[in-house]
Design a protein around this ligand. Structure first.
Ligand SMILES: Cc1cc2nc3c(=O)[nH]c(=O)nc-3n(C[C@H](O)[C@H](O)[C@H](O)COP(=O)(O)OP(=O)(O)OC[C@H]3O[C@@H](n4cnc5c(N)ncnc54)[C@H](O)[C@@H]3O)c2cc1C
Length: 281
């Protein structure tokens, strides 16, 4: 592992100045992805800029029409936030399903978005809700933010500061989880937004990462019911496939999770997908 400097700036300006001075520096959030990649030599930064000392980056606030979640809010903080539990419990529940207690206590929503793992949970939920990703220099509509596997619209040295999450009218999330990592093998978020449009966002299945399933959206926009999606099936050739999970199986999972998510949205409570009853805590 390459030697690197470690900085723990006290404010965003100091963090940005450190990044501007060193084009091999990297931002450190909870380290849940970054530290293993350092150990494996996949990332070899000259310096880590630890965001944990910057006040205000972890706040979760109720605002008109939704929530603002600080980039450094851990999954555990999202899962236990009283406002989210009261007004948007399905979102808190989604955070409670991520990884295991260690991952939830260290991993952050900002790190998850910057990393854009194709099986991560938040990207689907935020795409469905129509979130806005706020950085030190701009605001991205979520649709513009995710740009393929492990790729985002972030520039070098750009720091996510918070995420604006509009509260949908109805929301459901359902996932089949890898029993080892607890990442979503396939997860679907369905949101009926305040303007009445329905968005279906899929994680863990698409070859380019999180995506919207427009065919299901068109049906659900006419009639928000499980019955209208029953006869649909995503194209198996568009799915991630491997020896254990052929594309056709993954496509069937997308349909099954979509139906479960719509059911959950009707119940106005977070869904229990077939394997997500045990949150590992
Ligand atoms: C064993 C295991 C199981 C997991 N299970 C799940 C799961 O079930 N569901 C799920 O969704 N995720 C899962 N994760 C991912 C995890 O939840 C973290 O969200 C993810 O690893 C990012 O970690 P982090 O927040 O510590 O960021 P770090 O590892 O510190 O950083 C990750 C990347 O993001 C960059 N970065 C971090 N913060 C910012 C910021 N504010 N602005 C700009 N760039 C930033 C870093 O430079 C780095 O490139 C799992 C991870 C592991 C290791």
């Amino acid at each position: 592992m390459r030697d690197f400097a470690y900085h723990r700036p006290r404010d965003l300006a100091e963090a940005l100045a450190l990044l501007a001075d060193d084009d091999e520096a990297m931002v450190l959030a909870g380290g849940q992805t970054l530290l293993p990649t350092l150990k494996q030599g996949l990332n070899q930064p000259s310096a880590l800029i630890d965001l944990s000392g910057i006040a205000g980056l972890s706040d979760i606030r109720e605002v008109a029409g939704g929530f603002e979640i600080g980039a450094m809010a851990t999954h555990a903080a999202v899962a236990g936030d009283p406002g989210l539990l009261r007004r948007f419990p399905a979102f808190a529940r989604l955070a409670r399903q991520i990884g295991d207690p260690h991952i939830r206590n260290r991993g952050t929503i900002g790190g998850s978005l910057a990393n854009n793992d194709p099986s991560a949970d938040y990207p689907a939920a935020l795409l469905a809700c129509g979130a806005v990703i706020v950085t030190d220099r701009s605001e991205f509509q979520v649709e513009e933010f995710f740009a393929g596997l492990f790729t985002t619209a972030l520039d070098f040295g750009e720091i996510i500061t918070r995420i604006k999450v509009p509260q949908p009218r109805r929301f459901g999330y359902a996932s089949i989880r890898n029993p080892a990592s607890r990442y979503a093998s396939t997860g679907v978020a369905v949101a009926e937004r305040q303007d009445g449009t329905t968005v279906v966002a899929v994680t863990g299945a698409g070859q380019d990462g999180v995506y919207r399933w427009s065919e299901a959206e068109a049906r659900l926009n006419d009639d928000f019911s499980v019955a209208v999606v029953e006869s649909l099936m995503p194209d198996a050739d568009d799915m991630i496939a491997d020896a254990r999970t052929p594309g056709a199986y993954r496509a069937a999972l997308v349909l099954a999770m979509t139906k479960a998510a719509v059911r959950a949205a009707h119940q106005q409570q977070p869904c229990r997908g077939s394997t997500d009853g045990d949150d590992g805590s």
